[in-house]
Design a protein. Sequence first.
Length: 275
Amino acid sequence: MLRKSQLGAFGSITLGTALSALVVSAVLASSASAVGGPVWVVKGAELVETEKEALGAEGGQYTLTGTTNIVCETLKGTGEIIGGNPGRDLSTLTFEKCHVMNKPNCLAASVGFEDSIQSQAKSVLVYPHEEPGVETEALDAITADTSGSSENLFVEFTLKNASGSTECSLLNGFKVDVKATGTLISDPSQINKQCGLLTQVGKLVAGAFAIAKALEENTIGALNATGAGSEATIWEPTKKTFGLITCKLEAFGEAHEEGVSDVLLVSNATFGWNK
């Protein structure tokens, strides 16, 4: 409830007090208008809607656990980060030297590959909790970048025996579809897919992953698919509000992806994120 000031109780308001109040109000209004995020930052400047930066990615071992557990020894990727509020990115990821866990001669491969799994993805920056105004870390909410009957197909691969091996046994020729079954992200409209996976946005410290805080820029960033949870808060720019999303993968039951990848811009510029 609003209350009227009583001069008899509080004394007169000075010009200096009034000016100070105006300054504080202006600052609060400025802060309130800077809603949304997270956004990409490159060399100290926010990446706006029309701007893009090409990127490359590399990683070590990745695992996909579910009905059938898959191990891939390395990861290579290309793509771009895209400006706007919230920031977005596109990527083509190739998981290499893939096989069933503990069965190195039972290979896992996408069509056209010997032992590699390829995935097309698009993603959007989000916050990890339901209080985005105070968050000091960001997540990347990843969806499939497919269409038609493969609308939310995250990855697709077939199990097969390596040359001269019978290690797959009854699994030889078994096809696995990994689908995103989380919340449909329709705002921002450029995504318009169900969320499959959350990754933490960070950096490498002595070869290990660490959270990158707002306005902390690095030449080499990192994405961590381990421990990011399944829920996040997303800024919906059309509605101008925050919403809760859930990200899930399924392949004959619930599936989980784990691993860390290094990310760097082709321009070698420093980059990070901001609220």
